[in-house]
Design a protein around this ligand. Structure first.
Ligand code: PEP
Ligand code: MG
Length: 583
């Protein structure tokens, strides 16, 4: 029977596919398809792993026998018996085989998929003893995964992550309780056609990465990962924030139609690629790209971006078990982005970890174990807390500037002392490179305006920086005291709250009055519903995911900024600006 769950719409379009439920603890398991010829080898890999674990357990049993400890540790003996039994269990072995043979999943993916299926059955058992056997099953699967990690997979080496050469092209959608931004990035080149998570807000960093992947996604869908079962048919409506489970044929036809309509619309937008972004009254608008990885430069160029307005460098720092990238690795990454943009400018933002962007799951330095991580040691605060680490990044950025136009952007500044320290460290980084006689280039220095305190002291920032970039995601979060990652308060996350609009308008006006560059690089810049308002407030530079650029350009081509300026002033003083937005 069809039913639906509702969440936050984060990435447009419709995806229809079978559900792959991934438990948070198993996100690092490889997901790829094998070809028909590789199926037997994959089953063999699984059999070897199982045999290795059986051997391991039997060896422990024998050593207990030899020490005569069986009587001393009856629980351990019983536990080992249970583990052996689970390993031979028909439901596990035949279920895993099913995923490999029918769905062409690789062995690890098949194993964790079947684990999810059986774990649910354990959860539903009345008998507490049997229910607790779920933990044993998880341990057994964990052991097998560990063995497989040590086995070189001849299949994995020959398969590209996104390749679907299996002949089994059923689209798949990923359902998880939570995905960290780093997990999400890992799935960027993956086989999935859409995403659903139980938690997360519209401008959480997980949502932002989902949007950059340009596939339908819904976050904050509460208990979706509990309600959806492995392999269920699911429709993800990324426009409405709705997830339909087990859709009826009528619903399927309806969503299939919407999906095709979306494709036609994209093809139509693609024709705007070579059209300059100029308004009806001749105002040239700069459309820049937000990227997470150097490789995203290709998508930026394809979408006709005239530069990168925000390179979120923190993704280079995440998921590395605390081992941060050294200067050479960072330099090469920034240089790749610069070269990828083929002479167009790249704005490299210094690392912004913390809050909902932990370095690693469970890592403490980023502040994610603190009470209010969004108010804690994140962004520039994190960098200034470890100047040696910050200098490594600054040197790498300055060196990349020798290869092309680079702007250096600093996140989350609020205090004059932070500005002074940052500028002094940039100067120190230059001196260190001079001392090494290493080449580096000139950079334009920019400050992100994303804390209300910064937006209220713009003259200070204009004195010290060449340009400003307004981070509306955080500016809204901090102005309205709404955690952007918390779906429970996402209804209060209001981009057109009068207070937010006042800060935006005055920042844009002051920067322009001094002839300094100002752009918006938060999600607002890529939201077509906001384009007219931002133009009316005087914004001429927008930075967004490459996937949004053509849709925003389409809006721009229809706008007259002179008319919009008058209208925007009325929105600015309205008690309920949202009511005027449709005018
Ligand atoms: C913002 O806050 O608007 C921004 C662009 O930075 P991030 O989303 O990475 O915090
Ligand atoms: Mg921010």
């Amino acid at each position: 029977m069809s039913f639906s769950v509702h969440g936050q719409a984060v990435s447009r379009g419709i995806a229809i596919g079978r559900a792959v439920i991934v438990a948070s603890s198993r996100l690092d398991v490889a997901h790829y398809f094998v070809t028909t010829e590789q199926v037997n080898a994959e089953i063999e890999r699984l059999r070897s792993a199982r045999n290795a674990v059986v051997d391991e357990i039997e060896r422990v049993q024998q050593s207990l026998d030899a020490q005569g400890s069986n009587d001393a540790h009856p629980e351990l003996t019983a536990l080992l018996d249970v583990h052996l039994m689970l390993l031979q269990d028909e439901q596990l072995t035949s279920g895993v085989k099913h995923w490999i043979v029918e769905r062409h999943y690789n062995a690890e993916w098949a194993l964790t998929s079947q684990l999810e299926v059986i774990a649910r059955q354990f959860d539903e058992m009345e008998d507490p003893y049997l229910r607790e056997r779920k933990a044993d099953l998880e341990q057994v699967v964990e052991r097998m995964l560990r063995v497989m990690r040590g086995m070189v997979s001849p299949v994995a080496a020959s398969v590209q992550p996104g390749a679907q050469g299996s002949g089994n092209e059923v689209p798949l959608v990923l359902i998880a309780h939570d995905l960290s931004p780093a997990d999400m990035l890992q799935f960027k080149q993956s086989v999935f056609a859409g995403f659903v998570t139980d938690v997360g807000g519209k401008t959480s960093h997980t949502a932002i990465v989902a949007r950059s992947m340009d596939i339908p996604a819904v976050v904050g869908a509460r208990s979706a990962s509990q309600l959806i079962a492995q392999d269920d048919w699911v429709v993800i409506d990324g426009d409405a924030g709705v997830v339909v489970i087990d859709p009826s044929p009528v619903l399927l036809a309806e969503y299939g139609f919407k999906q095709r309509q979306g494709e036609v619309e994209r093809e139509r937008l693609a024709r705007l690629k070579n059209t300059p972004a100029v308004t009806l009254d001749g105002q040239k608008i700069e459309l820049l790209a937000n990227i997470e990885q150097p490789e995203d430069a290709a998508a930026a160029l394809k979408a006709s971006a005239v530069g990168v307005g925000l390179f979120r460098t923190e993704f280079l720092f995440m998921g590395r078990n605390g081992k941060l990238p050294d200067e050479e690795e960072q330099y090469l990454a920034y240089r790749r982005a610069v070269e990828g943009m083929q002479g167009l400018p790249v704005t490299v933002r210094t690392v912004d970890v913390g809050a909902d962007k932990p370095l690693d799951r469970g890592a403490s330095r980023s502040g994610d174990d603190h009470l209010n991580p969004a108010l804690g040691l994140r962004a520039i605060r994190w960098s200034l807390a470890d100047p040696a680490m910050f200098l490594v990044q600054l040197r790498a950025i300055l060196r990349a500037a020798a290869c092309g136009a680079v702007n250096l952007l600093v996140p989350m500044l609020a205090h004059a002392s932070e500005i002074r320290q940052t500028l002094a460290l940039v100067q120190r980084a230059r001196e260190q490179l001079d001392a090494r006689a290493q080449a580096y280039g000139a950079v334009r220095l920019g400050a992100m305006i994303e804390v209300p305190a910064a937006a209220l002291t713009i003259p200070l920032f204009l004195r010290h920086f060449d340009f400003l970039s307004i981070g509306t995601n955080d500016l809204i979060q901090y102005t309205l005291a709404i955690d952007r990652a918390d779906e429970a308060v996402s209804h209060l996350y209001d981009p057109v709250h009068p207070a937010v609009l006042q800060l935006l308008a005055s920042t844009i006006a002051q920067a322009r009055a001094q002839g300094k560059g100002v752009s918006v690089c938060g999600e607002m810049a890529g939201d077509v519903a906001m384009t007219r308002l931002l133009l009316g407030l005087g914004l001429r530079s927008f930075s967004m995911h490459p996937s949004q650029i053509l849709a925003v350009k389409q809006q721009i081509l229809r706008c007259d900024t002179a008319k919009l300026a008058t209208w925007a002033q009325s929105v600015l003083v309205a008690e309920d600006p949202a009511a005027l937005m449709a005018d």
